[in-house]
Design a protein around this ligand. Structure first.
Ligand code: GAL
Length: 321
């Protein structure tokens, strides 16, 4: 049994294999957490998708059971967008209560195109672990889509958030009621700021953004912002990281901010320490995220390094954290 988070260390699943879910995100559904991520093959530099999207489940966020591949690449049809050798990055999943389906979105690129195509991929399943059925790849309202995330608001309205326009602008795009298509409601946040690795979450009625600069696999300083509505106006709040290592996000790049179920105000910052020479060996960094009021009166998210920690950290008085 694993009984504490150890950011940056090898994290074994319940079968003692390193968790292979990178650039991922988490869905909390009926009391269980599902972790989806890029399932990378072992071995020297293989930047293309050869397996697909993995899915793990956990009740305590520490011990994860591998449920297998939720979305498979296609091995027998070179003309299929999911053909082995395409790119599947940063998959995220939401549950749509009206259709009772699980809807996955990710950044897709066609085999042999590098990141030039910049599509979003969409797939659906009727069980959290899949298998997910591919629907399509698309460009939301004709726009490029790269690093991405999904956000489901408290009223069930969902948005797809993605780096567009060759990464220059971040788009926040409202999805239709079944979460399968973008609507034509879209806004450009952070124009010209080249925000990547987007994460969006809501606390106390306010919307927060965490992301990174655009430096490929090389780590950089994380960024944060907040807004009164999902469509802004977004105000940048600087690096949420505090202390030693925060200038490179402790070697990582954000991938998701997870609200801890049953603990209002408790969030976990999730990041990847990328190992491009063997992406399967990329490490996971999970750290507690706290909020503090700045002297100017803004509520800011803060993350700092802990060698080891448990969820009880959220029960401690602020002065002891
Ligand atoms: C990063 C991006 C990753 C991956 C990588 C490839 O900027 O966040 O998801 O696409 O570039 O260089």
């Amino acid at each position: 049994m694993i009984n504490e988070f150890r950011p940056g260390q090898i994290w074994l699943d319940t079968e003692d294999n390193p968790i292979n879910a990178h650039g991922g995100g988490i869905l909390h559904h009926e009391g269980i957490y599902y972790w989806y991520g890029e399932c990378r093959p072992e071995g020297p530099s293989n930047l293309d998708a050869r397996i697909g999207v993995s899915c793990y489940k956990s009740a305590d966020l520490l011990n994860w059971e591998n449920l297998g591949v939720a979305l498979f690449v296609v091995h027998d049809d070179p003309s299929h967008p999911l053909t082995s050798g395409c790119k599947i990055e940063r998959p995220k999943v939401l549950f749509n209560a009206a259709t009772k389906t699980f809807v996955m979105w990710w950044h897709h690129d066609l085999k042999g195109w590098g990141h030039a195509g910049a599509y979003a991929g969409v797939a659906v399943a009727d069980r959290p672990e899949g298998p997910f059925s591919f629907i399509e790849i698309l460009k939301p309202c004709g726009r490029m889509a790269r690093d991405c995330t999904l956000f489901q608001d408290t009223d069930g309205v969902a948005s797809f958030i993605y780096a567009s326009d060759d990464n220059a602008n971040l788009c926040i795009h409202r999805l239709g009621d079944d979460y399968r298509k973008p609507t034509n409601i879209v806004m450009q946040a952070f124009p010209g700021r080249f925000m990547e690795a987007p994460c969006v979450f809501k606390h106390d009625g306010r919307y927060f953004f965490l992301g990174s600069d655009c430096t490929g696999w090389t780590p950089n300083e994380a960024r944060s912002a907040s807004a009164p509505t999902i469509f802004g106006p977004w105000k940048e709040l600087g690096n949420p990281g505090l202390g030693e290592g925060a200038d490179t996000t402790w070697g990582g790049q954000s991938t998701f901010v997870l609200p801890v179920a049953g603990k209002p105000g408790a969030f976990i910052f999730m990041a990847d320490i990328w190992k491009p020479e063997n992406l399967a060996g990329s490490r996971h960094v999970w750290l507690p995220l706290f909020f503090k009021k700045s002297p100017a009166g803004f509520i800011r998210p803060h993350v700092r390094w802990f060698e080891r920690w448990t969820l009880s950290i959220f029960d401690q008085p602020e002065s002891l954290r």
